[in-house]
Design a protein around this ligand. Structure first.
Ligand SMILES: Cc1cc2nc3c(=O)[nH]c(=O)nc-3n(C[C@H](O)[C@H](O)[C@H](O)COP(=O)(O)OP(=O)(O)OC[C@H]3O[C@@H](n4cnc5c(N)ncnc54)[C@H](O)[C@@H]3O)c2cc1C
Length: 342
């Protein structure tokens, strides 16, 4: 990384172990980092369901999502990082540090470093140890991976609005490369109940005849960026920094984008008299103001009859297109859209 020696400390036993995400890449994330095609599948359409399972289809010729074999993709990323010279230490948790004149000693690893990046997720140990801002507001996600769902349309991302089953968020059925992911997330006012969602949609997808591959759960920060996100020679990034869309819960694009930016800025700071990385990043990060306002609406949970009433209406179509297919802030300007920009 621009000549710096880099060590990645990962608590899990190996890269790609115990995945806690659906791992869908929005187009902007796919544009940020080129990944090998065998780990993903392009989906151009969304089927959006109301609580009574009425639905509308939305699509875009020039926009897509990549569903992914996330474990495979992470293993590939780890190989790429090693190829670029990074050392990856797995199966050990970072828990202690001592400040030194040049940076930090990490006595558990017998390492010294000039700069420390906390990319350690929603409940960041780095944030805790350095007294930085912490995530306090979360969605809780549950997911099951099925080997196949023959009744599901494999070309669509199926999303379900339902305040009873997925308060504050959505439920989903996502066709990934070679399997299906079925999940939901809720805010902290209700306990997520994936079984109830499976019962509700059994007749559409036929889960009971399908084989379960994996089950997972995880926390999604949804309160916006933490503050402060940095101190002298230490910086948070990704979920640790609250860099997750408060509306959609998507964090991978921001982790890709600002993770890479942070690395560039740290190298410039340490090697080329660049400014403190956090000063530059603070200017580049999105504010999330609009999305935080929409999060409050989602948290309140519109009654299910409203969703049933508005699902096929023009304003609902417009809003859904905004959420799924708009160009996300910070992405380069697109060419002329083939369908009207919502
Ligand atoms: C159910 C669910 C579905 C989601 N679906 C999507 C989606 O489809 N698209 C999308 O864009 N986003 C999605 N998200 C959000 C997305 O997964 C996160 O924003 C993204 O994973 C953040 O990456 P990260 O590297 O910051 O954190 P993480 O992916 O959480 O990685 C942090 C890593 O740090 C390690 N770690 C933690 N503490 C320590 C320690 N003390 N020492 C060493 N290692 C440590 C952990 O083991 C982990 O590997 C979803 C989240 C959930 C929970």
């Amino acid at each position: 990384m621009r000549g710096l020696k880099t060590v990645v400390i990962e608590a899990k036993e190996e890269p790609g172990a115990r995945i806690h995400t659906t791992g869908i890449l929005v187009k902007e994330a796919a544009d940020e980092v080129d990944t090998p095609p065998q780990f993903s599948r392009a989906i151009h359409g969304v089927r959006l369901y109301s609580p009574s399972l009425k639905h509308i289809d939305l699509s875009s010729r020039d926009y897509y999502f990549l569903t992914t074999d996330t474990a495979g993709l992470i293993r590939w990323f780890a190989d790429e990082a090693r190829r670029a010279g990074a050392e990856i230490i797995c199966g050990r948790k970072f828990e202690r540090f001592a400040r030194t004149e040049r940076g930090f000693d990490l006595p558990q690893f017998d390492l010294s470093t000039r700069y420390l990046v906390g990319a350690d997720g929603a409940r960041s140990t780095v944030a805790k140890l350095f007294n930085l801002g912490r995530n306090v507001k979360f969605l809780t996600g549950l997911e099951i991976e099925y080997e196949g769902l023959p009744k599901a349309d494999p070309d669509l991302l199926h999303c379900f609005l339902d305040t009873r089953l997925a308060r504050g968020y959505l439920a989903w059925v996502a066709p990934a490369p070679g399997f299906f992911q079925v999940g939901l997330a809720t805010n902290d006012r209700v306990k997520p109940d994936l079984k109830a969602f499976l019962n509700h949609t059994e007749s559409v997808f036929g889960y009971s005849a399908a084989r379960v591959k994996e089950r997972r759960s995880g926390l999604i920060p949804c309160g916006g960026p933490v503050s402060p996100f940095a101190a002298r020679n230490v910086l948070l990034i990704g979920d640790a920094a609250g860099h997750v869309s408060p509306l959609t819960g998507g964090g991978i694009r921001l982790a890709f984008r600002y993770g890479r930016r942070a690395a560039q800025l740290i190298a410039d700071h340490l090697e080329r008299h660049g400014p403190p990385p956090e000063q530059v990043l603070a200017r580049e990060l999105p504010s999330f103001t609009k999305k935080l306002a929409l999060r409050a609406v989602m948290d309140a949970g519109p009654p299910n009859w409203i969703y049933d009433l508005i699902i096929g209406t023009a304003p609902m179509r417009w809003f859904a297109r905004q959420v799924y297919f708009h160009r996300r802030s910070g992405s380069p300007p697109a060419g002329p859209p083939s369908e009207p920009e919502p």
